[in-house]
Design a protein around this ligand. Structure first.
Ligand SMILES: Cc1cc2nc3c(=O)[nH]c(=O)nc-3n(C[C@H](O)[C@H](O)[C@H](O)COP(=O)(O)OP(=O)(O)OC[C@H]3O[C@@H](n4cnc5c(N)ncnc54)[C@H](O)[C@@H]3O)c2cc1C
Length: 475
């Protein structure tokens, strides 16, 4: 039945672009948050929050008009990109209007100034294909490239596999067009210049805002010439600490491999099939990007990195491991038949800390989470001069998890213990998966009380009626 809100929305997007069908409500009620996937299998699905309306928009003006309606009526609005977020970011905790942005898919390139204008609903892979055809790359290749939107990458402050060379999404954003909760349309850096000294950087306000401050509709991103060459190298270290030391030395020399991934023994055995790896050992994958004209430069960087690793006692494992991992890096994220058969539930907690704390944080978080029923492994990627991100994976060994209500308790427990151990041991609770629902309760501790007040103040200023994605980012 059409109510008043439906009729107002219908007058903006047309009847064919609005739905209150149950199937759509179920489909738009969750992202790729493993807890939600688990709850969708249980009878608990009946207790899940669903959106009241789903709308598909194809213009900025439609978004602006919808936000004006929602603001006047004080109805929650949830921006929806690819739905590949892993933290429940799009879960409509108090119902409301879900706005699917995937019809916003215009792309325009400016080759003279190395940038691309891209609407928020463009799927990452589509942008990369478009750029590659013209000889360019964004250099942003997260494992969800085929399922996430560019708006989602920005809203969630995402990081791709090649981040050590090309940077994270925030390093690529030149300008954002944002529709504010009151329907106003603004730009964060209209001149699209690479840097300026005109006060605070407003790109940063909306990067990582997870739909709580407005809807990002158009993004200007810096692009670069696509590499002709990507070379791989692999090293087996006697310890984890030796691997970290080698990475720091590489960073200190100003060498920037495109991929730097260090695995502790449990994950290394699984990913690289090194059956006889010792439990203290670690495995490093590096890759080097460049061009025909800089071939010798790549070889030289590889030579120096190899020398550094060998000096740390590593064994040269050759390029094959990394090459195979890169080619198959998306496979393991889609239902792995072996895991389905085993009824294993796994999730990841991505955190970040400084070099002096990388190893300690791993052991502290592992100690907090690991039990007879929960196993832990990890790798480190996305390195900086000062430290890097840890991708901690926990696997629940419980058989038949989806039929066991204890499984969701066990799962939540692992998350809470892990995040608490992270904060208590000097880590930051998210490197690139964002905050969403679970991490929200740690935001005050993470930011510090004074800073969290500023975030709440900004929210209050931009969204006094609290319509934008309520309950996320701890707001
Ligand atoms: C298999 C898999 C692999 C992954 N690998 C990576 C990885 O390598 N690196 C990484 O960083 N992440 C990864 N992720 C997480 C996920 O892909 C990212 O968080 C991504 O940024 C989400 O984009 P999306 O379009 O799917 O956003 P959604 O899930 O649709 O939304 C995510 C959040 O952003 C908000 N939002 C979406 N679009 C907009 C917009 N235009 N304006 C304002 N708010 C908006 C939503 O309301 C929500 O809060 C992975 C996820 C999966 C499932």
């Amino acid at each position: 039945m059409k109510d008043e809100i439906y009729e107002e929305l219908e007058s903006i997007v047309g009847n064919e672009n609005i739905s209150t069908r149950e199937a759509d409500k179920i489909a738009y009620g969750r992202d790729s948050f493993p807890l939600k996937i688990m709850q969708y299998r249980l009878p608990a699905i009946l207790e899940q929050p669903f959106p009241d309306y789903i709308v598909w928009v194809d213009s900025i003006q439609q978004i602006s008009q919808i936000l004006k309606v929602a603001n006047r009526r004080k109805i929650p609005v949830i921006p929806y990109g690819g739905g590949a977020g892993v933290n429940g970011g799009i879960v409509p905790l108090t119902g409301g209007i879900v706005i699917d942005l995937k019809k916003l898919r215009r792309i325009e390139i400016n080759e003279e100034s190395n940038y691309v204008l891209c609407q928020a609903g463009v799927i990452g892979q589509h942008l990369e294909d478009f750029l590659n055809k013209k000889g360019y790359t964004l250099g942003h290749l997260p494992s969800s490239l085929t399922t996430s939107t560019i708006g989602g990458f920005v809203a969630n402050r995402s990081a791709g596999a090649l981040s050590s060379l090309y940077g994270n999404i925030e390093d690529m954003v030149l300008d954002l067009e944002v529709v504010l909760p009151n329907g106003k349309i603004i730009h964060t850096n209209k001149s699209r210049v690479p840097r300026k000294a005109t006060g605070p950087n407003f790109n940063e306000l909306f990067i990582g805002s997870e739909g709580t401050l407005g809807i990002i509709t158009d993004i200007c991103l810096s692009i670069k010439r696509a590499p002709d060459i990507r070379e791989f190298a692999g090293f087996l270290f006697p310890t984890l600490a030796a691997g970290f030391r080698a990475i720091k030395k590489i960073m200190n020399l100003g060498i920037r491999p495109s991929i730097i991934r260090l695995y502790e023994a449990v994950e290394a055995r699984m990913v690289y099939h090194i059956e006889d790896i010792g439990k203290e050992q670690s495995y490093l994958t590096l890759s080097f990007d460049g061009y025909e004209e800089t071939k010798e430069f790549i070889e030289y960087q590889k030579k120096i990195c190899t020398e550094i690793c060998l000096k740390e006692g590593a064994q040269d494992m050759g390029p094959e491991g990394g090459k195979i991992w890169f080619e198959h890096r998306l496979d393991m994220y889609y239902p792995n038949p072996d895991w389905i058969k085993m009824n294993v539930l796994a999730d990841t907690i991505d955190v970040v800390t400084t070099f002096d704390n990388l190893e300690n944080l791993f052991y502290k978080m592992k100690e907090a989470i690991q039990s007879k029923r929960v196993n832990v492994m990890a790798h480190w990627s996305h390195f900086y001069l000062e430290g890097g991100s840890m991708y901690l994976i926990f696997v629940m060994l419980e058989k038949d998890t989806e039929k066991d209500p204890r499984a969701s308790r066990l799962y939540k427990d692992a998350w809470m213990k892990g995040l608490k151990a992270c904060i208590e041991n000097g880590g930051s609770i998210s490197h690139h998966h964002g905050i969403g629902i679970f991490r929200g309760q740690f935001m005050e501790q993470e930011l510090g009380p004074g800073t969290f007040e500023i975030l709440k103040g900004i929210k209050q200023f931009l969204d006094p009626n609290g319509i934008m994605n309520p309950g996320k980012l701890g707001l």
